[in-house]
Each structure stands twice: as C-alpha cells, then as structure tokens.
Write a protein that binds this ligand. Structure first.
Ligand SMILES: [Zn+2]
Length: 184
C-alpha cells in the first residue's frame, strides 16, 4: 500500500539506539501522529496481568496496552527526556496517541517521554541515551577532564614551591653563616 504509507508523516529508520521513528515531512505542533496500538490487557485476568515486556503502556489501574505487536509502528518511537512529542492517553476510549508538542522538521526523530516508571526500570540502569542525557554526560566528562588537569597543575605547582622553598632555605642558612662570619 504505497499510497497509504506515503501519506504518513513518519518512517522507521536507524537511530542512535537501534531503530526509531523519523518525520518524513513537517509535523505541526499539536498534530496527532500515530496511535500506540496493541492488545488490551486486563490486570484482573491473571495470565494477562503476568505478561511482561518493554512495550506495555498502562492506561489506568486496570487496562494496559501490549504494544509488542508488529502492527504497532508507534513502538519504534524512542524515549527522550526533552522530547518533541507526547502520549495522549485516553483511558475511556482505551486509546493512546502520540502527538507533536512542537513542530517537528522532516528528518527529525519523533520522541516522547516514556514516564518515570519506565525510565527507572529500563533506562536508568543502562543510562538514558537520549540527546539531552548524552549531552549532559559529554559536559560532565569535559568538566572532569578540566578538573583533573587543574588538580595536576596544582600538584605540580606545590611540588615546585617545595623545591624552591628548600633552595631558598639553603640560601638563608648560607647567608646567615656569612653574616655570622662577618660579625666575628
Ligand atoms: Zn534522557
């Protein structure tokens, strides 16, 4: 169905963390991009409650969407801490949509915040790879490098001072000796 797919403003492509969802044309802020689609799980049914995978989207205390199905293209949208989209959760309709929270340019990766629970159980242990966190790590590494350089410079300065200090003391003793010699 090429006619259908070309109407969609996104495509799946390689991202920094495997695959991701990318805009193929400008997506205006507020646009509903894609539905997060999957099997509805009822937590009151034991075998459904026991299903565990990375694509579960909790609607409310009872219902969860299992988005691990292949048809759910929205599952390719990666997490970001400073995203350009968000999930519009509609528990009553049992629907979740991903919509743009800013205007997205063609070629930009479409991302949304997966939420605290997901972040803490899946991303925190391995380190979030979103651009914001990568950048934070880069800055931290650069600062650590500068701090290390400064510490080294301080240590060298201290060592030099100590050496000069010894030399000076030596002179002082010598001067005193001379003075003493003159006085006598
Ligand atoms: Zn992040």
């Amino acid at each position: 169905m090429p006619a259908t797919s070309s109407r969609k403003p996104y495509r799946v492509a390689r991202s920094r963390t495997g695959l991701g969802l990318f805009a193929t044309r400008e997506i205006k802020k507020g646009t509903r991009i894609i539905e997060y689609f999957g099997r509805m799980l009822d937590c009151k049914i034991k075998e459904q409650d026991e299903i565990e995978n990375k694509y579960l989207f909790e609607l409310n205390g009872r219902w969860t969407i299992d988005g691990s199905v292949r048809r759910n293209i929205a599952r390719y949208a990666n997490h970001a801490c400073r995203p350009n989209a968000e999930s519009d959760v509609q528990p009553r309709n049992r629907k979740v949509y991903i919509q743009a929270i800013k205007t997205i340019q063609p070629g930009d990766e479409i991302t949304y915040d997966y939420g605290k629970d997901y972040f803490n159980s899946y991303l925190k242990p391995i380190g979030c790879k979103c651009p914001h966190c990568e950048n934070k790590r880069k800055i931290a590494r650069a600062e650590a490098r500068v701090a290390k350089k400064r510490a080294k410079a301080r240590a060298e300065k201290r060592a030099l001072k100590k050496m000069n200090g010894h030399a000076l003391n030596g002179h002082a003793v010598l001067d005193k000796g001379r003075k003493g010699a003159k006085a006598r």
